[in-house]
Design a protein around this ligand. Structure first.
Ligand code: ARG
Length: 565
């Protein structure tokens, strides 16, 4: 249900009937129940233009409003606001329609597009770090959401699988292999050891550089070893994906190395368009004079991160034919993307109509506001973090004796992983966010646990009622009214979240919905004996739609619900 556009449509019709063609602004959600359900502020904006008092214009609009459908009542307030109340009969019917629809009344986009969501993108041979956690969680949510709204989403995991570190790894492997076959299961440690040698031993470092050249020139033996490193490393990442329950598979990997063959053409294309300039031996694009240029080829012939991203942009626009490319990457790369996008458009690697966006996010901090590290200052292994989440989640389970061991494990996973994801998604992504176990695993406040609890609570009502919950919705009081309006806002919220790639708008909505439901439930008993049977059935419907909306919303965030908590 596109609630806002329906209301805007009604307002527009009233304007047209009043003989005004040029309609400014649109309705917004009322900030207080006294102001109705929605407000329209356009009369003020129009007053100058029409040379009329805004209250006069507002009166004129109200006189032409249709009160037989969505709107029940309209009032002028203050200097010329129009407060709008929705019609309870209309609300009831729309909620009923949503309830009977498996998409909860959320329509499929009229003009779905093909989209690339570029997310996760860990660097091979190193551990995935917390920055990749944020990218993975936010990116997966965006991809789920766009898919739900009907877009054709292509997930792209742009892993860093190319670079000098692989020469180092191979040199170290060859050295170690002389004594025994090497265990690579702890690739992280292996990388650290190799790096120690690399820094300390000049002849080892030279060997490493020779291997880099060999990999780059396609030496079969070296490439096979390189591939082995990638496989192991990617396997580690996939363990994290599996634990997190994100939808990334090997098929979604389009590694940096995938674009290797296209890199020389990128440079020559830039050259033939007259966009290249040599600076200190390197090939550069200067977007603005005296600004830091985009380096696309080093003096020794090597290519850079930006060159690969240009090739990827070209591939995504030309070969995949997408119309929106969303890069879910650390905010500190904003300048990189800003430049690369400009170069790609200027060089026509990407057609004009492709929307390019960097979905940046801040850093993850610890409680004391410092970048998130282990106690000894090391990088936190994601896999350990997730295991800890599951362990801590066990402590939150009430009446634990009622569950089997297997149920406890599953429940802890759903709660713990959900908490880590939700804590991240519920923050405005652009700010740094403080990772705090106690807050994220709390039953109170804007947490996944609170929403999972609200969902389970509704399921327990149904279990107690233990009969068919089907029936008609009737809106009989103010809280029911507000709950119905809130439920019907779902599509507007999803659209806004998708357009701005801001998952926290969805979490805020779900939290408001659950809070409202809890209030509603406290004040409007459902199962008590003295409740009229028709009202009881109606309230069960509203409860059901609330539960379904929470479930659907959480599922877009990649979080599961439980029936009992
Ligand atoms: N590997 C990069 C990093 O760890 C992230 C890749 C993001 N995607 C991209 N197309 N540049 O910083």
């Amino acid at each position: 249900m596109k609630l806002k556009s329906q209301l805007n449509q009604s307002i527009k019709e009233a304007f047209l009937k009043a003989g005004i063609e040029d309609i400014p602004m649109s309705v917004s959600e009322a900030t207080k129940p006294d102001f109705g359900d929605y407000q329209f502020n356009g009369a003020m904006a129009l007053s100058k233009k029409l040379g009329k008092n805004p209250r006069e214009i507002a009166t004129q609009i109200i006189n032409h409003l249709d009160f037989t459908g969505i709107i029940e009542k309209a009032e002028i307030a203050g200097p010329g606001f129009i407060n709008l109340w929705l019609n309870p009969l209309w609300l009831a019917t729309q909620c009923q329609i949503a309830l009977e629809d498996e998409r909860l009344g959320v329509s499929i986009r009229e003009e779905p597009i093909k989209v690339v969501v570029d997310y996760s993108g860990p660097n091979m041979a190193k551990q995935m770090h917390v920055g990749h956690l944020r990218s993975t969680i936010i990116g997966d949510t965006l991809a789920n959401l766009l898919t739900f709204l009907g877009d054709e989403v292509i997930r792209q995991n742009h892993i860093g699988d190319w670079g000098t570190q692989f020469g180092m790894l191979i040199a170290y492997l060859e050295m170690k292999n002389e004594d025994a076959s090497v265990d690579l299961s702890d690739l992280e440690q292996f990388y650290k050891d190799a790096k120690t040698y690399f820094d300390a031993d000049a002849s080892f470092a030279n060997k490493a550089r020779e291997y880099v050249v060999k990999i780059q020139s396609g030496d079969a033996h070296c490439l096979a070893l390189w591939q082995k490193f990638i496989d192991i490393s990617l396997g580690h990442c996939e363990e994290v994906y599996e634990k997190l329950g994100v939808n990334l598979t090997r098929n979604d990997v389009r590694a940096e190395s995938f674009y290797n063959d296209a890199l020389p053409q990128i440079v020559s294309a830039l050259n033939s368009k007259g966009m290249l300039q040599e600076s200190d031996g390197a090939q550069c694009v200067f977007l603005e004079e005296n600004e830091i240029p985009v380096i696309v080829q080093k003096g020794d012939g090597g290519y850079l991160y930006a060159t690969t991203d240009l090739a990827a942009l070209k591939y995504r626009s030309e070969t995949l034919g997408v119309k929106r490319i969303s890069y879910v990457v650390d905010a500190r790369q904003a300048e990189h993307f800003n430049q690369v996008f400009q170069v790609a458009k200027k060089a026509n690697f990407v057609t004009e109509d492709v929307h390019l966006e960097h979905i940046g996010f801040g850093m993850m901090m610890d409680k004391s506001g410092r970048p998130f590290k282990t106690r000894d200052g090391g990088v936190v292994k994601l896999i350990d973090l997730l295991d800890e989440a599951v362990m801590k989640a066990k402590e939150t389970i009430n009446n634990i004796d009622e569950y089997s061991q297997e149920e406890i494990e599953n429940l802890a996973k759903t709660i713990g992983i959900g908490a880590v994801k939700y804590a991240d998604l519920s923050m405005n992504r652009e700010s740094n966010y403080i990772f705090n176990w106690d807050n994220m695993l709390s039953f109170d406040g804007n947490t996944s646990l609170y929403l999972q609890y609200a969902y389970a609570r509704i399921q327990s009502i149904f279990r107690k009622y233990n009969a068919s919950i089907e029936g008609e919705i009737v809106i009989t009081d103010a809280l029911e009214h507000r709950l119905a309006v809130m439920l019907l806002r779902f599509e507007d919220v999803l659209q806004r979240t998708a357009n701005m790639a801001t998952p926290h708008q969805l979490t805020t909505y779900l939290y408001e919905l659950a809070t409202l439901f809890m209030r509603f439930y406290e004040q409007n008993p459902i199962l008590k004996e003295d409740v009229d049977a028709q009202i009881r059935v109606s309230r069960l419907q509203l409860a059901n739609l609330t539960a379904k909306t929470i479930k659907q919303g959480l599922s877009i965030l990649g979080i599961q619900v439980v029936d009992k908590l």
